[in-house]
Design a protein around this ligand. Structure first.
Ligand code: GLP
Length: 241
C-alpha cells in the first residue's frame, strides 16, 4: 500500500491524473476501470486538460466502469452513463465502442451481471482501477458486509449511501434502491488500484479502512492486501493517519 499525500483537492486530482496518464502512456491500449462520485471529477478535468494539450491520447483505451444504478436508463441525467459522458468521455477521444458500463435497464440481474463479468474478462482484465470511497467504506457499490469473493452483482443500497447520493437527485425518493456493481473480487484482480479521497468527512473511514482490521464490514479494507494499491488523499482526508 502506498499513500501519497496531496495538499488539497486540486493537488490530489493532479497527482491521480498523473498516475492515470502514465498508465495510458506506458500502455496506450490499456483497460481503465473508472469511478463516479464527486471525488474523481477533478481527476477527469485534469485528464481532459492534458488531452487538449496533446499530452495524453485515449484513442486505444478501453474503459469499464464500476457500477450503475439498476432501473435508470442511460439517458437519465443521474445515470452513471450520463455522469461519465458529461464529466469525461464527451471531452476526450475515447472510442465509444470501447466504453463499458453495466446496463441499468436490463432488469434480469443474473444475465446482466454475467454479461458484465464476461466483458471484463474479454478485454483482458483491468490495468488500473480508479476508486473513491463511501463514508461507510464502500467501494463501487460494495456495501458493508459484501462478500470479498463476488464478481459483478446486484446490491440493495444502504440508507447511508442513499442519503449521501440524494444530493444528485431532486429528492431522496428519486434515488434508486439498487445498483449493479463490480464485486470486490473483480476490483482486487485489477493490476493496479488507485483510490482518491478528499475532505475531512473521509478522514475517519480512511483510518478505519487502511489502519484497522481487514473485514467485510469495511469493504475498502481488503485493499490493504492488494499488491499495487495507491491511495492519493488530500491533507484533510489523511489527517487522522
Ligand atoms: N458508487 C459511488 C462510489 O463509487 C463512490 O466512491 C462514492 C463516494 O462518492 P464521493 O466521491 O462523492 O464521496 O459514491 C458512490 O456511492
Amino acid at each position: 500500500m502506498k499513500i501519497i499525500r496531496a495538499k488539497d483537492y486540486y493537488d490530489m486530482s493532479r497527482k491521480a491524473a498523473n498516475i492515470i496518464s502514465a498508465q495510458v502512456i506506458m500502455k496506450p491500449n490499456c483497460v481503465l476501470g473508472l469511478a463516479t462520485g464527486g471525488t474523481p471529477v477533478g481527476t477527469y478535468k485534469q485528464l481532459i486538460d492534458w488531452y487538449n494539450k496533446g499530452d495524453v491520447d485515449f484513442s486505444e483505451v478501453t474503459t469499464v466502469n464500476l457500477d450503475e444504478y439498476r432501473g435508470l436508463p442511460r439517458e437519465n441525467e443521474q445515470s452513471y452513463w450520463s455522469f461519465m459522458h458529461e464529466n469525461f468521455f464527451n471531452h476526450v477521444n475515447i472510442d465509444p465502442a470501447r466504453i463499458n458500463l453495466p446496463d441499468g435497464t436490463n432488469m434480469d440481474a443474473e444475465a446482466e451481471c454475467k454479461r458484465y463479468d464476461e466483458v471484463i474478462h474479454n478485454v483482458g482484465g483491468i490495468d488500473l482501477q480508479l476508486l473513491g470511497i463511501g463514508h461507510d467504506g464502500h467501494i463501487g457499490f460494495n456495501e458493508p458486509g459484501s462478500a470479498f469473493e463476488l464478481g459483478t452483482h446486484c446490491v440493495d443500497l444502504t440508507d447511508e449511501t442513499i442519503e449521501a447520493n440524494k444530493r444528485f437527485f431532486d429528492k431522496k425518493e428519486d434515488v434508486p434502491r439498487q445498483a449493479y456493481t463490480m464485486g470486490i473480487k473483480t476490483i482486487m484482480q485489477a493490476r493496479k488500484v488507485l483510490m482518491v479521497a478528499n475532505g475531512v468527512g473521509k478522514a475517519e473511514i480512511i483510518k478505519k479502512a487502511f489502519f484497522g482490521p481487514v473485514t467485510p464490514e469495511v469493504p475498502a479494507s481488503i485493499l490493504q492486501m492488494h499488491p499495487d494499491f495507491i491511495l492519493v488523499g488530500d491533507a484533510e482526508a489523511l489527517s487522522l493517519i
